[in-house]
Ligand binder design. Structure first.
Ligand code: FAD
Length: 423
């Protein structure tokens, strides 16, 4: 039996019967060679069964080191189990940064990239877009490397790999020079402002997040994370399309203390202490929660948000907070932003699955006209056939999984259902 069989939120209990924590690549290869059904486990922050296996789970928590920094080529190679929080501090000390981060730094690099985890920002692709090479132990225990330069086609299929190709052991990430940021929060942005001013609003900072509880026709908070070049002056605008600057630090969920959140009120600081919403040494979000998120092509932003607004009577009673972000298009086959710039509409729900599961179909129906794709690591109720229809590279992805994992060792119930249509 595995010691702690739950995911981070405690809403899912892994069915796997064994948890392995190899310390070397050789031990990992041996485990994979003799296993029948396996799956790599990250830091367990996904809300569904994507990381589960019917037999063996392999945690890479001992694979948490930085392997190499290439100052000339601007890349860092890391072991797959390293958490962003740990990597970012190291990179900053060395004078480098990642282009973006998710709302929390607690997650593993491999787990985040495998599900297309993202932050916000018009020019920012999801976190997997920083990957330039990936090392994997595949179904027969072989260690392979796929790089953007040399195996472009397969690489684009493998990076947002949903854990289906094998166990990722190392990733090489593109890095940029370290930079300073400030975070400013505005309150009470009228939803109607987005109809005319969407582009201006979401491009008003390096990363912009809009939060609403859908209780009114207003976004309760707008978080702006701005790049502040050395020596540059920065005048905070007294208003932002009708929203006004917050007068004290805020948590996105109004009833919670801002102590868990990264510094606000325009105080300058390093990129990795401003890009995530939550601090590494504190609990992110509310912890008693469920999460759902859909990706909609950017051009439909206002129409999609209006469709959600129509459903507020169903949504608001079950909701803690909703967040809207923007993400740049990419070329990663299974990324929800594959070849389309998106907005993401996220829901942090109260921990009441039996009620939430009845509201998700309403939201999903409302978003059908916009071809909304669900977040791979969060909760959704879309029919597997519909999910499959949203990914034009699905047949190639299926072939890629069959090529590297011909015995189906890394297939689990989630992949069977949403990738192979077996349910
Ligand atoms: C509080 C909270 C806030 C969040 N905020 C955001 C956010 O801002 N943006 C966003 O997009 N998402 C967000 N998420 C979702 C989260 O980023 C994803 O669920 C992510 O996949 C979690 O990473 P993990 O390391 O916990 O992976 P896990 O949940 O453990 O695994 C996820 C997938 O990765 C695979 N995997 C993990 N390690 C490996 C490996 N070494 N080799 C091969 N496959 C591997 C697993 O098999 C599985 O398929 C949030 C989740 C929580 C709980």
């Amino acid at each position: 039996m595995i010691k702690n069989p739950n995911n981070w939120a405690g809403n899912y209990t892994y069915r796997a019967t064994r948890l392995h924590q190899p310390e070397t690549v050789e031990q990992l290869q041996e485990l994979v060679s003799r296993g029948d059904k396996l799956k790599a486990l990250g830091t367990r922050h996904s809300f569904n069964d994507i990381a589960d296996s019917s037999e063996d789970l392999i945690s890479l928590e001992h694979f948490d080191h930085v392997v190499a920094l290439d100052r000339e080529r601007h890349t860092v190679t890391v072991e797959a189990g390293i958490r962003y929080g740990q990597l970012c501090q190291w990179l900053h000390r060395e004078g480098f940064a990642l282009h973006n981060l998710a709302s929390l730094p607690h997650i593993s690099v491999a787990g985040a990239c495998a599900t297309g985890t993202h932050g916000s920002g018009d020019g920012n692709g999801n976190l997997a877009t920083a990957v330039s090479a990936i090392e994997i132990v595949t179904g027969d225990g072989e260690l392979i490397t796929l790089s953007k330069e040399r195996q472009q086609e397969q690489f684009h299929g493998a990076v947002v790999g949903l854990g289906g190709l094998g166990v990722v052991t190392r990733l090489t990430l593109d890095i940029i020079p370290t930079f300073e940021m400030r975070q400013d929060v505005y309150e009470n942005l009228p939803l109607a402002q987005l109809e005319e001013h969407f582009d201006a609003l979401v491009s008003s900072a390096y990363s912009v997040s809009l939060f609403t509880d859908w209780q009114s026709e207003t976004f309760n908070q707008v978080w702006l994370k701005s790049h502040v070049p050395d020596g540059a002056s920065f005048e905070l605008e007294p208003g932002l399309f009708g929203a006004t600057p917050a007068t004290k630090p805020l948590h996105p969920i109004a009833s919670l203390s801002a102590e868990n959140c990264t510094e606000q009120m325009g105080i300058r600081g390093p990129w990795h202490e401003r890009l995530p919403h939550f601090r590494m040494d504190f609990t992110p979000s509310s912890s008693e929660e469920l999460q759902t998120e859909y990706f909609v092509p950017r051009q439909h932003a206002f129409a999609a948000l209006t469709a959600i607004y129509q459903l507020r009577g169903h949504i608001a009673p079950l909701l803690q907070i909703s967040e809207m972000r923007t993400i740049a298009a990419d070329n990663l086959w299974m990324s929800p932003c594959y070849q389309r710039a998106c907005i993401s509409i996220h829901f942090t729900w109260k921990k009441n699955w039996s009620a939430v599961r009845n509201v998700l179909p309403l939201i999903e129906d409302g978003l059908v006209p916009f071809d909304a794709r669900p977040h791979w690591g969060k909760l959704f109720t879309m029919h597997p056939r519909h999910v499959q229809s949203l990914y034009e590279k699905l047949p190639e992805f299926q072939k890629l999984l069959q090529h590297y994992n011909p015995q189906g060792k890394f297939r689990n119930a989630f992949l069977d259902k949403y990738i192979f249509g077996v349910y």
